[in-house]
Ligand binder design. Structure first.
Ligand SMILES: [Zn+2]
Length: 554
């Protein structure tokens, strides 16, 4: 049975990279697949309409975009965070205390108090456990907005089993300590968060809790017009939840395609790194079969590569830069993965047919990541990618194109409202290199847009607003916020393409999804919007369709 969509504006990418989008008024979908796209007077559309069994769906003049594919997300973490106490409305430490206290009183039965979206600017100087110990005897975990730090009370440090540990070291991370007693002082950062806190909290969560969290995350994604996600830090706990989530659904088919990269954690030896790559190779065989699980063309869950977090982030002064940070107290940050550590990982992944995704934010980390990928030419056909690319040099931007490296970018991280500290941290001159998207595009690098949710908002058209205007979606009316490096802006057609076909391309899903052309899955969003970058914040996702089935309606 076919459905004929009429009276719409069905998006098609421009023919060339700088051409604007083309819109057609009608689309025919049959058996979950796009059959035809064109004008209502086209023979194929007329014919489909004439077939008595066809359903006609009037789009009422709205825009139809391919289903969004989030090129970089942490799905299970997002699911957990949906249930955490939100602190984003807090302005200062007293606000934080009040919100936590109120929540604790209202929720006497929860075992742990988990909070999210704390920003360093809300608290004075370095935080410690004793600042929050009097609030409640239960473990309190406060996650920073960027997810790279967790602030624990004493009960949480005991919960994690590190309160009485005076010399534990986490490679690539920091357990902040009291200078005199050497006891953990309450703040954990970088790998101490990813390696200690996340696995611990994920482990103490039951499989059902994890599955529920995942379902919550998928649901909010479906409501935002997404039909695909690329999960960037898969681990055993999240994989188990994903499999369980899919297998326990009545039709065994979630309304979204999940593609995942296995997180390789920094360890003491090369053998330990390679063992992790081998596990990913094994998982790819299980979850990337040619026929797909449950008889789908493209499986609902695939494991396609490995992820390595080569450096940190600018705001925590942990991104690896070629010049020291501006703040003299924090002179520079080293790479989390040195070339001699990351090269064997990329080599083994390439030999095993896995894609690599290297997180690199600072210019020094980006150069190292590009050099590493360049060393293994076999990776080129596997579509290697670099995540974030926040301070790339012009030379490295050009090399992305030459080496076919996907620029995996998250415009939400370029929101001027969260960059206010950058001139102080890295100096005005280096801010001029921030988020050089247009250079990546012009160099011919494949672009994949994502959100890095839950570290940043997930709305796809607010993301496109920042990519195209370089202005703030968080504080669109803030008088002090201009456009950040507007010459690096993408066109709207480029941004939508990178958030759909580009992200699908980055994980070899572009043959099946990511654009509305005959033969591809009918994955799309119906959007009430104007094709005008200045109006993107007013766009409303009204319907989401996955494989020809409506899975969300506002
Ligand atoms: Zn991420």
């Amino acid at each position: 049975m076919s459905t004929v969509f009429v009276n719409g504006k069905v998006f098609q990418s421009g023919a060339g990279p700088n051409d604007d989008a083309v819109f057609h008024s009608a689309m025919v979908v049959k058996d979950g697949v796009v059959q035809a796209v064109g004008s209502e007077s086209d023979a194929a559309i007329q014919q489909a309409k004439a077939d008595g069994s066809a359903t006609v769906h009037d789009l009422g003049g709205r825009t139809v975009l391919p289903g969004f594919v989030d090129g970089h997300v942490h799905l299970l973490t997002l699911g957990y965070s949906l249930n955490k106490v939100p602190l984003e409305g807090c302005h200062n430490f007293e606000d934080i205390r009040k919100v936590i206290k109120d929540y604790a009183v209202a929720n006497p039965d929860v075992k742990r108090i988990l909070c999210r979206n704390w920003m360093f600017s809300m608290t004075p100087g370095e935080v410690t456990s004793d600042m929050i110990d009097d609030l409640d005897p239960r473990p309190i975990y406060i996650e920073s907005k960027d997810l790279h730090a967790t602030w624990c009370n004493t009960a949480a440090l005991k919960d994690l089993g590190i309160y009485d540990d005076f010399d534990k070291v986490v490679g690539g991370g920091t357990i902040h300590r009291n200078a005199e007693t050497k006891r953990p002082s309450g703040l954990l950062s970088e790998a101490a968060v990813f390696d200690l806190v996340w696995p611990y909290l994920s482990n103490v969560a039951t499989l059902q809790e994890r599955t529920d969290a995942l379902e919550a995350a998928v649901n909010v994604y479906t409501e935002q017009g997404y039909t695909g996600v690329v999960d960037m830090a898969l681990q055993e706990e999240s994989l188990e939840a994903m499999v369980n989530y899919i297998e326990t659904r009545p039709d065994k088919r979630p309304p979204i395609r999940i593609t995942a990269y296995w997180l390789i954690k920094p360890r003491g030896t090369e053998a330990e790194h390679l063992a992790q790559v081998d596990r990913a190779i094994e998982l790819a065989k299980i979850h990337n079969g040619a026929t797909g699980r449950n008889g789908e063309t493209l499986p609902s869950l695939r494991v396609v590569g490995v992820k390595v977090v080569c450096d940190g982030i600018v705001d925590a002064c942990t991104a690896a830069l070629t010049e020291p940070y501006g703040d003299s107290a924090r002179t520079s940050a080293d790479l989390i993965w040195q070339p001699e550590m990351v090269e064997p990982v990329v080599k083994r992944a390439t030999e095993g047919g896995l894609q690599v995704a290297l997180h690199a934010i600072g210019d020094r980390a980006i150069t190292m990541a590009v050099n590493t990928i360049a060393k293994y030419p076999g990776q080129k056909t596997l579509r290697p990618r670099i995540e974030h690319l926040e301070l790339a040099s012009h030379d490295d931007a050009v090399r992305l194109g030459e080496l076919g490296i996907t620029a995996s970018i998250q415009p939400v991280h370029a929101d001027p409202a969260i960059l206010r500290a950058w001139p102080r941290l890295i100096g005005e001159h280096r801010c001029g290199r921030a988020f050089a998207y247009r250079e990546f595009q012009d160099a011919g690098a494949p672009l994949a847009i994502g959100t890095d949710a839950p570290t940043a908002p997930r709305e796809p058209l607010a993301n496109a607003y920042i990519a195209t205007t370089r202005r703030s979606a968080r504080e669109p009316n803030a008088a002090d916020l201009g456009a950040v490096n507007p010459h690096f802006a993408l066109t709207l057609c480029q941004a939508v393409t990178a958030a759909t076909r580009g992200a699908a391309y980055s994980v070899f899903a572009d043959g099946e999804t990511g654009s509305l052309v005959p033969g591809k899955a009918a994955d799309f969003a119906v959007v009430d919007m104007a094709w005008d970058t200045s109006k993107l914040l007013g766009a409303v996702i009204e319907e989401t369709w996955y494989s020809g089935k409506q899975v969300f309606k506002k």
